[in-house]
Design a protein around this ligand. Sequence first.
Ligand code: ZN
Length: 1088
Amino acid sequence: MGGESHRNLTSLSSAKYPQLAARPKGKQIHHIYRDRLGQFTNNGQYKQQSLLAKLYDGRLSDEPHVKLEVWHAPGVTRPTFKEATSKKNEYVEAKKGDWFGPSWSTHWFRVRFTLPYDWIYKPQVELHWDANNEGMVWTEDGNPLQGLTGGGERVEWVVPQEFRDYDKEHTIYIEMACNGMFGNPQGGDTIQPPDPNRYFQLAEADLVSVNLDARALFYDFWVIGDAAREFPEDSWQEHQALQICNEIMDCFIAGEGSRSCIRDCRDIAKKYLGNDVDSEKVYESNTDHAIVNAMGNCHIDTCWLWPWAETQRKIARSWSNQCDLLDRYPEHRFVASQAQQYKWLEQLYPYVWDRVKSHIKKGNFQTIGGSWVEHDTNMPSGESLVRQFSYGQRFFESRFGERCKTFWLPDTFGYSTQLPQLCRLAGMTRFFTQKLSWNNINNFPHTTFNWVSLDGSQVICHMAPCETYTAEAHFGDVSRSVSQHKSMDQDATSLLPFGKGDGGGGPTFGMLEKLRRCRGVSNTVGLLPKVRMAESVEEFFDGLEKRCAEGDTELVTWYGELYFELHRGTYTTQANNKRNNRKAEILLHEIEHLATLATIQELATVQGGGKGKGYKYPKKELDFMWEAVLLCQFHDCLPGSAIEMCYRDSDELYAKVFKTGEKAMEDVLGALGFGDEAVASSEGSEEVVLQTLGWHRQVPATGIAIAAQHQARVAREEENVFVLANGQLDVEVTNGAITSLYDKKAKRQVVPKGQKANQLVFFDDKPLYWQAWDVEVFHLRSRKELEANQSSTKIVMNSAERVAVETTTKISEESWIKTTISLHASTSDSSATSQVEVEAEVEWHETMKFLKVEFPTTITNTEASYETQFGIIRRPTHYNTTWDMAKFEVCCHKWADLSEHGYGVSILNDSKYGFATAGNVMRLSLLRAPKAPDAHADMGRHYMKWAILPHAGALDERTVRAGMEFNVETRAHRHAEPESVKELMSAFKLSDDSSKGLVVDTVKRGEDDEDTSNGDLPPKKGRHVVLRVYDSLGGMGTGTVRFGPVKVEKAWKCDLLEDVIEEVEVGSEGMEIELRAFEVASYKLWLA
Ligand SMILES: [Zn+2]
């Protein structure tokens, strides 16, 4: 060895790294450094030392800078700006700290402010107004500018540039509404009935100068802090986020929170967020795989914990805020649904309406939903669903020139099985919701899928994986858009609908700031799913449709209803409101049908050279009635989940509907030649039954026309035991319950031996939380049979046509029910059925109880059938799986049926929607007694009817027709020319050889005919009749629609919006039609 030179490793390395440890350095204890972050942005003991203390660098609330005067609107009135600022009103001095109330009252403030000289050049000056209640900022000359939420939320109004001058006084008005976003719930529990005596303190009425850098740093820190808290600990991104946040805090402390150190803090944040988060530019780079599509929205319940009148103000407040944000954030897009809300805005707030319209034109404020309101879908009739769409789409088209393509129901309580077919027929191929994420039994397995109707029609359904429609646009919402996405095997994209909601509000500037930073995180360090701002909801669905069309993916399917495993009490709560819905739907059906015939007759008379009666289709009245009925089908109104105030409103509106309808009915009967005294007594006049059903309605024989063997009979067999009988049935009534129901023709018993049908049962009804909404499965454990009062049954009717016994049953000290069981004479028609009818009168004063009526049967089947809109839905009668069991209470329309081979039993009703079939026991839900959010829900007197219809053979048209006839009262009136009016009423009926499942449901005039148009859309030439026909039983149906004396020139199949699909041949017999199983078909007939 020797002479070798070798590298001196020691000295080389020591040049770069100190040889000696300078000091001890410990491992960073992760959770301590993470918990520390709260000190920087939380309210609490360090607030004054934190970033929060630096958000504003000036605050003025004293005179002369801010001067307040107030005028108290009388009572709980909601005056307009003009009324509120009338010279007659005395405005008195007010100050910060004053209290205002009570609940629902309105107070108008005149706010005068003057900026000091050095504030003119401040980057941003805001007025902060917070009384913990809602408000609206108005200009001095009456333009509503912006809503205020209160309670720390949306309390800032940016003082516009034109007000930024020295020493000059400016005036605005603030309209204070004494309710929070969620009304005035007692004790702070959202669903408790309103506290009528809530008062609100004006806590803030300040001019503030905003430190915009500090505000921006606040959002930087929030999002990076979320990354530190929510990213997995085994990711480098989580560790880096934590280091950056601690670095920012250290920098802030070192710089003592100075303006310049705050800017330095922001530079540190950029290491994690990138350089672009201060503008929409952040969305422009790294656009690959931006799969989360954020979309602003604002759910405004049309009524709920506040009445319609407050909703009208919420709309103006929320939407004007959005217009303001759309001006300030170019990437922002906002969708709003519910034609009714737009219509209110148009009528009540022209200034906001114009502002919204101009944004709609620009494309950043977008209409969606295509329906009149975000309605319940379980209970409205088929035709009501049609009108939700047709009134909705027509409104959007008439005001904005475009229809909606996406049906938008984020919050409705379950989705009935014919919706895909109907919304497609109304021009919507997409459906959005998320409510099934609330299921409390099973986890719905898909995010994006094809939802398939009874008839096979499908729509693309997307359920936002963030599982809310009121996302705060948190880091977590973005990350859940992937972690909770259940359809990523098919397509990973999703919608993220963000914005304050239920009580309105919508996105805030803070949400838009957070989203920019979330995207900054994805662009810079990755890991967080990449969020983009959706151009529109349609753009999102267009992408899905395109990928499906190009074969990139094939979505999974879900057939049938989207049953919501919660809120099952909503089929029953607020019985009166539901009854009004059913009655109004039936009344509208009858008026439209008869009015159509009357206008045809009028036309024929005039064409024949005669002098008509000048009868006009009551379009204005029908529009009023429909719009009212559709409004009341809102998803917190019809389901019964609103406060008492809302039901006072809806009662009043329904009363107007019935009054309008009765008048229209009177007019149309007159036009058709029914009714007047002279007619009644004229020779040849005859009682004629109105025929508005899809079939010819038979009228039961009376008096001596009834053959002896068919006559109704009743006898008292022994104490409390009565037997009612006709040619078909023997009904034994013991203590008010049916202990035997024997079908003499079929020779079989319908009630199992020893059991009692028509038995009233009573349950304790305390769901886990949502009282008016939910009935929980455990209520079934408290089943109690109600026993009729001793010897209370008596015969109350005894004629050959009809016999009846009445029984009174005590429910409690305060409540009772009187039931009248009756039987009509049977008929000689061998295929006809006979039904046992029950009328009930109930006095109801209960607390958290549920009243039902039970029908044990001798029928065996694992499935029961329920009438739904334009069809039948089958559901299990067993609890095999949790999916089966979840359906322990379901929705039905006019009937439910349990059939086995060869025989079945249908239960009809005239105003109920809740039902259950467990094994062989059928159970109709009658009344509930929830105490929240309406403390008096359902208390008082009720009237209802149901019927037991046993039938030989399978479920068929006999049940469908009996259900309808049970709901449509037989109306007969004298007519001087009975044959001609009967002939007229025979129009639009199906020929006898048509498939029995086919039903002509609706007969109406064309919407835009010259003589019916309401002017919303351009009238079209000619006169048309529109028919809605459906297959009610679930089989291909063929038939001929006869026109009777009506001359039809041409006919087309059309959609629900009455747009032509294809021409249909008109022959001498009428029009031949063919429908798929459960198809809903509309036809437009051009009258000659
Ligand atoms: Zn809602």
